[in-house]
Design a protein around this ligand. Sequence first.
Ligand code: LMR
Length: 330
Amino acid sequence: MFKLTLKALACALSLGIAGLVQAADPIVIKFSHVVAEHTPKGQGALLFKKLAEERLPGRVKVEVYSNSSLFGDGKEMEALLLGDVQIIAPSLAKFEQYTKKLQVFDLPFLFNDIAAVDRFQQSADGQALLKSMEDKNITGLGYWHNGMKQLSANKALHEPKDARGLKFRVQASAVLEAQFKAVRANPRKMSFAEVYQGLQTGVVNGAENPWSNIYSQKLYEVQKYITESNNGVLDYMLITNTTFWNGLPADVRSELEKIIVEVTAKVNQLADELNEGDKQRIIAAKTSEIIQLTPEQRGMWVDAMKPVWKEFEGQIGADLIKSAEAANQQ
Ligand code: LMR
């Protein structure tokens, strides 16, 4: 009897010690993304790591994987759902499998500028979108800006007819496919990691990207012309696995949420600076001619691409499109 009790005590002690050791292990958060470090998202991921490890010492460890080094476009969402990575920040164009509502961000010429995008994201409708995929186990933690997209090609693009017949790389978005079809070009879905080579080898002739991505992926080296079209937005939703997030100790979760608010503000302030700086660096590199559209030419692109709104109205919702459009006026 005594022997048994001693054994039980030893067992309980060893379990207790194991428990203590376990409790002392930091929670590992893998943050994977597809862009370079010197970009708004790249900088945001690093700042998140720094603040999380400073403010939750020993409790949280953040591993950042940039440039598709852990998971590329096609795989990162799946990896998040499988628990192989805990935070990602895909472009808003990459969610159509999970919700059609976020397609609103891809509609061509919907937002006048990033300030309007920001107002919509902060509105009640924008905030509700962060929660729109919880039934799929995806929780939105915030929006991170990159910037407005510019069209590029190996042919000068002044008017929509200049794009006719050209092959354009697009993100995995039906709206973006429709946008290029609207100017009788050929869209081709391709993961981000393949864009440089795709342009270099002529698999595609053109693309659309914010200045930051054009610069950090060196796309300007393989595109003779860049049209400052501001034809749409490329922003991100910072997302996590809902089960993982809700399972975090409450104090850790609330500290991480505070950190995310702080990092988001910093990323969104940095995004403008980085895009403007990268635009200047591209101009200085003199490998691409930068084309400015006249108001008439811009009007032609708007007229050619805007029918896409109607095409997707049924999926996105007319009210949501109106609400996004209204953000231009405020
Ligand atoms: C793209 O595929 O062009 C972008 O979504 C990449 C990124 O994350 O900025």
